[in-house]
Design a protein around this ligand. Structure first.
Ligand SMILES: *Cc1c(COP(=O)(O)O)cnc(C)c1O
Length: 432
C-alpha cells in the first residue's frame, strides 16, 4: 500500500517527476480536476500509451483501465480500425472551416440509429452540446426556466453548474465561484427519480436518463415516462443528456432502451472515438431555430472536425447488435464477480448495472438519488479501495462519483485478472 499512495517509489519516479513539472505550469497539475487524486489521496500517474483494456504509465506500469477516458473509449484503446481512420484523415489535413462528407456521414449514422432525432449539429465537447441545447430550448420556447436534477452532470456551462452541491444547489446558488447569481437564477434543481412539478415558465427539463455522474443511479420505473408527460402538459422540452448513455446502453441509447423519446438529445464521449467531438440534436422543427436558419446563435471553429468524425465513424461502424450483446455480457460477468468478491470479504456493496455501465457504492441499501449517493461516497471506504485496486494493477476512477466503464477489449482473461484484484481489494477494505 504505502509504496503506491503517492510516495515516489522506484515504480512511480517518472510520473512523480512529470507531476512536479506539471504543478509548476498547469493549475493543480491536471487539465481536468477529476484527474487529480485529491479525493483518494496520492498523486496521479502519467500515461504514456494505451492498448485495448490497458493503460501504461510513464514508468512502464500496466493497469487494466475501467475509466476508458470516462467513457470516451468503448472499444478499448488504440484499436487499429480507429487509429488507421484517424491517420488517414490527418494526412488529408486537420481542419478546413468548410463542410466535409464526414459530418454528413456521422449525422446520418446518428439519425438512422435514433430516427426521432431528425437533425444533429456537431460540436467539440459535451459541455458545448449542453450549453447550446439550453440556449436552443430557451430560444425555441421563448421561456427561461431550466429544470435539472441534483447529482446529474451536464458539463461546466454556467446555467447547468447549479448542480450537485447539497443545499446550495437546491437553492439555485452557484456551485462554482465565478458563476454569477444571474446565470443560475432560472435554474431549478430537483431530486433525481422524483417527478418535478412544472409550469408554463419552464423551457426545458434536462436529465441524464441513467445518472452516471453520482456513481451509477438507474431511473426508477416510470421516471422517464413521467418526465415526458409532465413536459407535454406544460409545453416544456425534454432534453436527454446522453453524453454517457448514447450509443453505449443500446444501439439507439437510452431512448431506445427505455422507450421514452425526448425532444432533444446531447451526445458525446462514444461518438468521438476518443477525439474531441460531441453533438446535439432533435426534431427538425426545433433544430431549425438555430442559425443560419433561425435566430439562436451557435458556432465552432473545429466543429465536425475531420479527424474526429473519422474516429467516430470508425467506432460506430464496429458497434453492431453483436457488439452490444458482448458489452452487456462483459459487464454482467464483472458485476457478478465483483458482488461475489465483496460478499466473500463481508463488505456491503451495491453494484448497479445498466447494460454495459456499472456502478459501485459501499452501501447496504440501493441508491436512488444524490443524497443517497453522497452518504455512500463519503463513508471513507472508496479511497482505500481505489489504492488497493491500483496496487493490484486495476484502475478505476479516482473519485467515488464515477461509473465503471468496461469496454469491448475487456475479454475473459482481463476480467479474471480484474476479479482477482477486486477480491484482494475488498478483503483489504474489510481488514482481512
Ligand atoms: C462528460 C459529460 C458531459 C460533459 O462532456 P465534456 O465533453 O466533458 O464537456 C456532459 N454530460 C454528461 C452526462 C457527461 O457525462
Amino acid at each position: 500500500m504505502a509504496e503506491i499512495t503517492g510516495s515516489a517509489s522506484a515504480a512511480t519516479k517518472a510520473s512523480a517527476r512529470l507531476y512536479q513539472r506539471a504543478l509548476a505550469v498547469i493549475p493543480g497539475g491536471v487539465d481536468s480536476p477529476v484527474r487529480a487524486f485529491r479525493s483518494v489521496g496520492g498523486d496521479p500517474f502519467f500515461v504514456s500509451r494505451a492498448e485495448g483494456p490497458y493503460l501504461i504509465d510513464a514508468d512502464g506500469n500496466r493497469y487494466v483501465d475501467y475509466v476508458q477516458s470516462y467513457g470516451a473509449s468503448i472499444l478499448g484503446h488504440a484499436i487499429p480500425e480507429v487509429t488507421e481512420a484517424v491517420s488517414a484523415a490527418a494526412s488529408r489535413g486537420a481542419t478546413y472551416g468548410a463542410p466535409t462528407e464526414g459530418e454528413v456521414l456521422l449525422a446520418e449514422e446518428i439519425t438512422s440509429r435514433i430516427p426521432q432525432c431528425e437533425q444533429v449539429r456537431l460540436v467539440s465537447s459535451g459541455t458545448e452540446a449542453m450549453m447550446s441545447l439550453v440556449r436552443l430550448a430557451r430560444g425555441a420556447t421563448k421561456r427561461d426556466r431550466v429544470v435539472k436534477f441534483a447529482g446529474c452532470y451536464h458539463g461546466h456551462g454556467d446555467a447547468l453548474l447549479a448542480a450537485g452541491g447539497s443545499g446550495i444547489a437546491t437553492l439555485g446558488l452557484p456551485d462554482s465561484a465565478g458563476v454569477p447569481r444571474g446565470a443560475v437564477q432560472d435554474t431549478l434543481v430537483v431530486p433525481y427519480n422524483q417527478l418535478p412539478v412544472l409550469d408554463e415558465t419552464v423551457a426545458c427539463v434536462v436529465v441524464e436518463p441513467v445518472a452516471a455522474n453520482m456513481g451509477l443511479v438507474p431511473p426508477a420505473p416510470g421516471f422517464l415516462a413521467g418526465l415526458r408527460s409532465a413536459c407535454d402538459e406544460v409545453g416544456a422540452l425534454l432534453i436527454f443528456d446522453e453524453v454517457i448513455t448514447g450509443f453505449r446502453i443500446a444501439r439507439g441509447g437510452a431512448a431506445e432502451r427505455f422507450g421514452v423519446i425526448p425532444d432533444l438529445w446531447a451526445f458525446g464521449k462514444v461518438i468521438g472515438g476518443g477525439l474531441p467531438l460531441a453533438a446535439f440534436g432533435g426534431k427538425a422543427a426545433v433544430m431549425q431555430h438555430l442559425a443560419p436558419d433561425g435566430p439562436v446563435y451557435q458556432a465552432g471553429t473545429l466543429s465536425g472536425n475531420p479527424l474526429a468524425t473519422a474516429a467516430g465513424l470508425a467506432v460506430l461502424g464496429k458497434l453492431d447488435a453483436g457488439a452490444y450483446q458482448r458489452l452487456d455480457a462483459t459487464a454482467a460477468d464483472l458485476a457478478e464477480g465483483m458482488a461475489e468478491a465483496a460478499e466473500a470479504a463481508g463488505v456491503d456493496v451495491q453494484i448497479p448495472r445498466v447494460g454495459p455501465l456499472l456502478g459501485l457504492f459501499f452501501s447496504d441499501t440501493p441508491i436512488e438519488d444524490y443524497d443517497g449517493a453522497r452518504v455512500a461516497a463519503s463513508n471513507g471506504r472508496y479511497p482505500r479501495f481505489f489504492h488497493e485496486l491500483l496496487s493490484r494493477g486495476v484502475f478505476v476512477a479516482p473519485g467515488a462519483y464515477e461509473a465503471i466503464f468496461p469496454s469491448l477489449a475487456h475479454d475473459e482473461e482481463v476480467r479474471r485478472f480484474s476479479l482477482a484484484a477486486f477480491h484482494g481489494a475488498f478483503a483489504a477494505v474489510a481488514g482481512r
